[in-house]
Design a protein. Structure first.
Length: 356
């Protein structure tokens, strides 16, 4: 090869790589394992790069108008919980409307079970994985394993503790939502009283973020005193059992803050059984329909809507864009603001969706 042709080929490859990086965006992590080898034909290299750039710049409407193919593995936490049921139903319906087949599995916050489902998705040749991870640290290896196998992973509802492995990490703005809820509850308490907290799953970063945001707001009210805390793992039955323990130890409490609605609803049942619900104010978080109904009935001061339906839609849509173009079109980490639900606006919400 002449020196002129050699340098022309090298220049073409450099241009192709630069244009591909611009098309993907600096915030997005993309799989580069399928990049073409150095081209000796400068015309072919330039044409291929132009097609990739054009694809990555397609509008949302253009992307959603195209149909995908293959199987998407949806791996979530617990379908018996209304929140995760909404996540499953939304992700499945969105994926199937875009032309994909789906499989559904639930790991119940067990990292070992999650690993088994990831292995299954790899062995079955899934084109992508939608994952609600079983722990921030515990799920890093599972996401890395799928990524190494060439299967892109899109996280919804919860994050992992590393970036650059998953293609998307879409969560509710938990700190913002917990701040809204804590302020509303503190005002309802008149800024004074004793209270207990029901804490979610310790391996879930959302539990700590919400608890910390609650604490930051309530630290501004020196006459609001926390006297007890129990972990109830996001579960209604455990919420009831742990509330009974807390009531036995602290019979004169006047408030309960909870990391999610299911634990709060369990606490409400325990308070009803003890004849204490009329003088104990409860705060929830998630916005599930039972909690919204409890707010309407005056059994819960407020809950905070997590936009899980929107988050699940986005995860699948970004997956679809990535499979079509090699880019999600969005930063890896994304947070969607929550909405406070009170008796004044509770009629505007139905099954995690604002209808008015």
């Amino acid at each position: 090869m002449s020196r002129t042709k050699y340098f022309a080929a090298i220049l073409a490859v450099m241009v192709a790589l630069m244009l591909a990086l611009v098309g993907c965006g600096s915030d997005d992590t993309t799989d580069t394992t399928s990049a073409e080898p150095a081209a000796t034909d400068t015309t072919e290299a330039t044409d291929a790069t132009s097609e990739t750039t054009a694809d990555s710049e397609m509008s949302d409407a253009e992307v959603l108008a195209q149909q995908g193919s293959g199987t998407v593995a949806i791996i979530t936490v617990d379908p018996s919980n209304p929140y995760w049921k909404a996540e499953i139903d939304t992700a499945q319906a969105t994926a199937e409307a875009l032309g994909y087949d789906t499989t559904i599995d639930a790991h119940n916050n067990d990292p070992d079970l999650q690993n088994q489902f990831i292995d299954g998705a790899i062995s079955k040749g899934a084109v992508a994985i939608i994952l609600d991870p079983a722990g921030a640290d515990e799920s890093v290896g599972a996401v890395q394993k799928a990524t190494d196998a060439g299967i892109p992973v899109f996280l919804v509802n919860a994050e992992i503790s590393e970036q650059g492995i998953a293609k998307s990490q879409i969560v509710s703005n938990n700190a913002q939502g917990a701040t809204l809820g804590a302020q509303e509850w503190a005002d309802a308490m008149g800024g004074a009283g004793t209270y207990v907290e029901l804490f979610g799953n310790p391996t879930d970063n959302n539990a700590r973020v919400r608890s910390d945001a609650y604490a930051e707001v309530l630290s501004q009210f020196p006459d609001l005193i926390e006297v007890g805390e129990e972990t109830a793992n996001w579960d209604r039955t455990q919420g009831k059992d742990k509330m009974e323990i807390l009531l036995s130890a602290h019979p004169d409490i006047t408030g309960v803050i909870s990391g999610n609605d299911e634990m709060a609803l369990g606490a409400i049942q325990a308070l009803k059984d003890a004849g204490r619900l009329d003088d104990v104010l409860v705060l929830g978080f998630d916005g599930n329909q039972d909690a919204v109904n409890a707010v309407k009935a005056g059994e819960m001061v407020a809950t905070v809507l997590q936009p899980i339906v929107r988050g699940s839609e986005l995860a699948v849509q970004q997956m679809h864009r990535y499979l079509l173009t090699g880019s999600t079109g969005a930063p890896e980490k994304q947070a969607i603001d929550c909405i406070l639900i009170t008796p004044e606006n509770a009629d505007n919400f139905n099954n995690f969706v604002q209808v008015q």
